[in-house]
Design a binder for this molecule. Structure first.
Ligand SMILES: Cc1cc2nc3c(=O)[nH]c(=O)nc-3n(C[C@H](O)[C@H](O)[C@H](O)COP(=O)(O)OP(=O)(O)OC[C@H]3O[C@@H](n4cnc5c(N)ncnc54)[C@H](O)[C@@H]3O)c2cc1C
Length: 444
């Protein structure tokens, strides 16, 4: 999810004017830089999320020998599918296609996958009332000369009162950040590169199904699951990877696509150490906590989008875009709010806190109609440790440095390494998978 989705119809912000050059792989049909390319070496990919899967898919199409090492027991990373909860399948991770002008948009078209424009209505929980429009129009977060300070500090500086606290939290939350950490300057700078289109689409089935059927199915046999990479030794010409069972794997090139949190917390040891500026760049890329909670009810008492809650700043009706309706509400919780809910410790406590908030908004109707909940907390997943990357105060060129290859042997992909403004998204991750295969061929 991102702000293109939740704030599109908001009186708070006008989000027009995001124009930037098209990504070279998108529908514009530029010459394929891999045309005629071939390579006889072995490539190992670390991580079977969208980036790793797509890198494998492209390597396969070029006849290159490769394998994907994945820590968890399934592939997909921050894409996943929940069945048997509602009348329709649910995306546990990514669920919106943010604009169609991308490689993933092309896959949707070529596979005839059914998607629907999400133009659902938003209500705002403002000043303890549910309102259709906010009383003031405060288009302060876009424009020129924006300062490199947090959304929270900027809102205070511009005189937005406490009434707006959770609306601002929602804006930052769309970026996977708390309002006190997201940089107004760098977020706008990075957003200005966005080129995949401003409309958001929902899948009639799931986003997971698209990636599974169109990309993962082609490389499934090359994925080693339950393989936690612990060490990457690139001292010699052959790179040696060691997993948590001390099993070793040898390659000529390695593409690393793990979440930035994994690199930040040194879960993978590099021998020799990575260059100092690269390590610093990892620490300058933000990735905060995030979770999705799906709540099923016996009636539809809720609006399509509810923005501005103190426990969850963004609720959304999961039925939108599905072929059958069901009373399932998504609580999309990011930043400080995700930290708070995670601190409650159990799924039951998380659900109760959300139900209490919905009861306040809808006069007790939530608890009365509650059937079941599913909590998907990406923060506590040891191989993800958060939601998705965001623009921090003082981040500078961090993404560019983080994405640079090392010694023509180590290549870095994944959503956080997207430098075209498409970080935080599936199509952004896919773009890096392709980019790093191109970089491998360019390194030969
Ligand atoms: C709640 C939520 C909602 C989102 N909504 C949307 C949306 O609507 N639309 C959208 O476009 N995007 C959305 N995103 C973002 C999108 O899901 C990600 O940008 C994208 O899936 C990231 O892909 P990736 O390949 O970069 O990383 P990942 O999917 O995280 O893949 C990295 C893989 O590396 C593995 N790994 C980690 N450590 C190791 C190790 N040591 N050894 C081996 N493997 C390891 C992990 O298990 C994981 O499978 C959402 C994300 C979240 C969390």
């Amino acid at each position: 999810m991102n702000k293109r989705h939740f704030l599109k119809q908001s009186a708070l912000l006008s989000l027009g004017g995001i124009v930037s050059p098209p990504f070279f792989l998108a529908s514009c049909k530029k010459k394929d830089p891999l045309e005629g390319a071939s390579y006889g070496g072995k490539v190992l990919i670390v991580g079977a999320g969208a980036a790793g899967l797509y890198a494998g898919y492209i390597l396969k199409s070029k006849g290159v020998d490769f394998e994907i090492l994945e820590a968890s027991s399934g592939y997909g990373g921050r894409l996943g599918k929940l069945t048997n909860f509602a009348k329709f399948p649910i995306d546990l991770g990514a669920q919106w296609l943010h604009g169609k002008k991308s490689t993933v948009g092309d896959l949707v078209s070529s596979s005839n996958t059914k998607i629907t424009l999400d133009n659902s209505d938003s209500k705002y929980w403002y000043n303890n009332k549910l309102v259709s429009q906010l009383p003031q129009s405060v288009n302060i977060f876009e424009g020129n000369n924006l300062p490199d300070i947090s959304y929270k500090d900027y809102a205070i500086q511009k005189g937005l009162g406490n009434d707006y606290k959770y609306i601002v939290e929602n804006i930052a939350g769309d970026q996977g950040a708390s309002a006190s950490k997201l940089s107004v300057y760098y977020n706008n700078l990075e957003e200005n590169n966005w080129s995949s289109g401003d409309d958001d689409f929902k899948f009639q089935e799931t986003f997971y199904d698209l990636i599974d059927s169109q990309i993962a199915s082609a490389v499934k046999s090359k994925i080693q699951l339950n393989t936690i990479v612990k060490k990457i030794d690139y001292t010699l010409s052959k790179i040696i990877i060691t997993d948590s069972n001390s099993k070793t794997y040898t390659a000529d090139k390695v593409i690393i696509t793990v979440p930035i949190t994994i690199l930040q917390s040194n879960d993978i040891q590099f021998v020799p150490s990575l260059p100092a500026d690269k390590i610093t760049s990892f620490s300058k890329i933000g990735m905060g906590p995030g979770m999705k909670v799906f709540m099923k009810f016996s009636s539809k008492f809720f609006d399509q989008n509810i923005i501005g809650g103190a426990i969850c700043a963004a609720y959304a009706d999961e039925s939108v875009g599905k072929s059958v309706s069901d009373n399932v509400l998504l609580a999309f919780v990011m930043g400080d709010q995700a930290d708070y809910l995670t601190s409650l410790g159990t799924d039951k406590a998380i659900t109760t806190a959300l139900l209490n908030e919905l009861d306040t908004i809808y006069n007790g109707k939530a608890s009365a109609a509650f059937i079941a909940a599913h909590v998907q907390n990406y923060t506590t997943n040891p191989f993800i440790k958060g939601a998705y990357s965001y623009s921090t105060i003082g981040m500078g060129d961090a993404r560019k440095i983080a994405a640079q290859s090392v010694d023509k042997k180590l290549f870095f992909g994944g959503e956080a390494m997207n430098i075209n403004g498409h970080h935080q998204t599936v199509h952004g991750a896919v773009e890096t998978g392709y980019r790093e295969v191109v970089n491998i061929f360019n390194s030969l």
